[in-house]
Design a protein around this ligand. Structure first.
Ligand code: FES
Length: 159
């Protein structure tokens, strides 16, 4: 009977290792599940922005620094053009005599956004405008032709 303890010890050791292995497995599974509750998502600002009621914009060009766009109003017709230079992304400004000028490397864009001078490889993109809940909404990732216009009635509804 005194010779039995080594076998008992081996059995106990085996049992303890099974319990420890199972415990570690369950712990790893629980940690993986807990991590899955917080998704790895890159939060970026929405590309569609409400820029205010149509009446906010006077006739002519209005620069919105936060969105980096120009809103052009001509009566009840609204258009939006990006103010992000197509060369390296500087913000363009209004050029003397019309058009847009980039202060970084001197690109010049015509009134229609066409790149006419400097290193800019492409025209400034025209952006889609819509009306939602009485406010103009610009899609900063969209693109429309230079003739695109949003006609808005006085009370802020599309015509
Ligand atoms: S960033 Fe506008 S010309 Fe270079």
């Amino acid at each position: 009977m005194k010779d039995d303890p080594p076998e008992t010890t081996r059995r106990n050791l085996l049992w303890k290792s099974v319990v420890a292995g199972t415990g570690l497995g369950l712990l790893a599974t629980a940690l993986a599940w807990a991590r899955s509750l917080s998704p790895k998502v890159l939060y970026e600002p929405p590309t569609k922005r409400r820029i205010g009621p149509p009446g906010r914009f006077p006739e002519g060009r209005t620069f919105l620094s936060e969105e980096r766009i120009f809103v052009l109003r001509q009566g009840n017709a609204y258009r939006a053009i990006s103010a992000v230079c197509t060369h390296l992304g500087c913000t363009v400004g209004e050029a003397d005599g019309g058009g847009y000028h980039c202060p970084c490397h001197g690109s010049f864009f015509s009134e229609t956004g066409t790149n006419e001078a400097g290193p800019a490889p492409r025209p400034l993109p025209w952006l889609p405008l819509t009306v939602t809940g009485g406010a103009l909404v610009v899609d900063l990732e969209g693109e429309v032709g230079p003739d695109h216009r949003l006609e808005v009635a006085v009370e802020g509804k599309p015509q």
